[in-house]
Structure formats: C-alpha cells, structure tokens
Design a protein around this ligand. Structure first.
Ligand SMILES: Nc1nc2c(ncn2[C@@H]2O[C@H](COP(=O)(O)OP(=O)(O)OP(=O)(O)O)[C@@H](O)[C@H]2O)c(=O)[nH]1
Ligand SMILES: [Mg+2]
Length: 217
C-alpha cells in the first residue's frame, strides 16, 4: 500500500510520500496509463488520484479536453513516492497518463501507451457499452502482448442501476471467474470513480505489480 505524507500511521507499509533518514540509493521512474473505451471514467480516475495524492504531486498536472469534456489528447501528472527496502531508499516517480477513448484518435492512443510500465483498463458497467469494452480491451492486448506490461482491470460506474454483473463481465472478457489471483490482486476492481471508491486501491495494486516486476528482472 502506498501512503502519502498525510497517512503517517500506516508507516509499516513499503511506500510512502515521505523521505526518511536512510540513504537515497536510486530514483526509479514509471509510467501508468489509464486505458479504456470512450467515457468509461479514465479522466475521473485521474482527478480523484490527483486529489488523493495531493501531498506527493510534483507538478499540478494537465488535462487537455475538447469543449464537451472529452479527452482530446491526454491528462498527465507526476507523483513522487519513497520506497524503503531494508536500509535502502528508492524515490519512485510515477507519471499517470490517461489515453483518450475516442475512436477517431487511435494513433494518439498508441502513442500514449509508448513506454508504459503498467496499465489500468477502465471498463464501463453499462451493459450497452460491452462491445466498446471488448473492442478497447482487444486493442490494449494487441498493443501490449509482446511487452509483458502488467495491467489491472477496473469495472467502473458500479453505481448505475443497470450495471452488468461481475460474473457476466468476466465471461464477456474471457477472464477467470475467481475473485482474486494467487498474488491476492483482484481479477476485476469494481469502482465508482465519481465518488473515488476503490480508485486508490486499484492504482496501488498496480504500482506494487510494477515494482515487483522491476526488482524481479
Ligand atoms: N455514474 C457514474 N458516472 C461516472 C463514473 N465515473 C465517471 N462517470 C461519468 O462518466 C462520464 C465520462 O467520464 P470521463 O472520466 O470523462 O471519461 P473518459 O474515460 O476520460 O472519457 P474520454 O476521455 O472521452 O475517453 C462523465 O460524465 C463522468 O462524470 C462513475 O463511477 N459513476
Ligand atoms: Mg478522458
């Protein structure tokens, strides 16, 4: 779990927004991309994370939109965390980027994915958006399959009345019906990005996978 400087009580966890007295060994830079169909809630995730990690942000971030509130190019922000492994301190700089879900911007989407260390796939709970969910998921897999990039799947808008069941969603996307994988991460993260529910959990679990991947290599 990642904690920012306001969350000092959770110090036993590995990552924090606070510098400690141990010697800084290395600065690691990662990039996380929020990917998914148009209007599934990627920019909303971005705004909630920006609020939740207010204490550790390195810049104020930007959000480039069309006049109707759709992402034209991307949203981006950089956050700084510290990871203490034994007596070695790592400064982890994470850039969060959201891709536009608009169909007509396929080429910019691929560009945004360039250099990604991890992806949050944001799907929409609206059953009428299932085809878009599937298309976007296939697109993501086709761009990432050779690169072994970790990703987590978020099923957003769990608050809507007609929300698809988790079971049906997993079936449609060809995912295992189990709730968790062996490493305890969820197969699907149900979220209400509008309220900020589980947005941080989803982000932190992906960060842990990215860090684990980094040290494994
Ligand atoms: N009911 C509900 N609405 C949500 C939720 N998350 C986002 N929305 C709404 O969905 C709409 C689209 O949200 P955005 O965050 O702009 O979606 P996006 O994925 O960035 O869209 P593009 O950039 O156009 O691909 C907005 O009206 C949000 O308020 C949620 O959890 N529940
Ligand atoms: Mg957007």
């Amino acid at each position: 779990m990642i904690v920012d400087s306001k969350d000092k009580k959770k110090d036993k966890v590995a990552i924090s927004g606070e510098s400690s007295t141990s010697i800084l060994k290395e600065v690691l830079q990662f990039k996380i991309v929020y990917w998914g169909p148009g209007e599934s809630g990627k920019t909303t995730n971005y705004f909630r994370l920006r609020e939740k990690f207010d204490g550790v942000k390195l810049n104020s971030g930007y959000s480039i939109e069309t006049t109707d509130g759709r992402t034209l190019w991307q949203d981006s922000i950089r956050l700084s965390f510290y990871l203490n492994l034994k007596d070695i301190k790592f400064n982890i700089i994470t850039q969060i980027v959201t891709a536009t879900g608009q169909e007509r911007f396929l080429s910019t989407r691929e560009y945004v994915l360039d250099g990604a260390d991890g992806v949050v796939f944001v799907a929409d709970s609206d059953p009428e958006k299932m085809e878009q969910n599937k298309r976007s998921f296939r697109e993501l897999i086709s761009f990432t399959q050779d690169k072994n990039i970790p990703y987590v799947i978020q099923l957003n808008k769990r608050d809507i009345e007609t929300a698809i069941s988790l079971k049906d969603f997993k079936k449609e996307l060809g995912l295992p019906q189990a709730e968790v994988y062996a490493d305890n991460t969820l197969v699907v993260y149900p979220t209400v990005a509008l309220e900020g529910d589980s947005v941080r959990l989803c982000f932190e679990d992906l960060m842990m996978q990215i860090i684990f991947n980094y040290f494994k290599e």
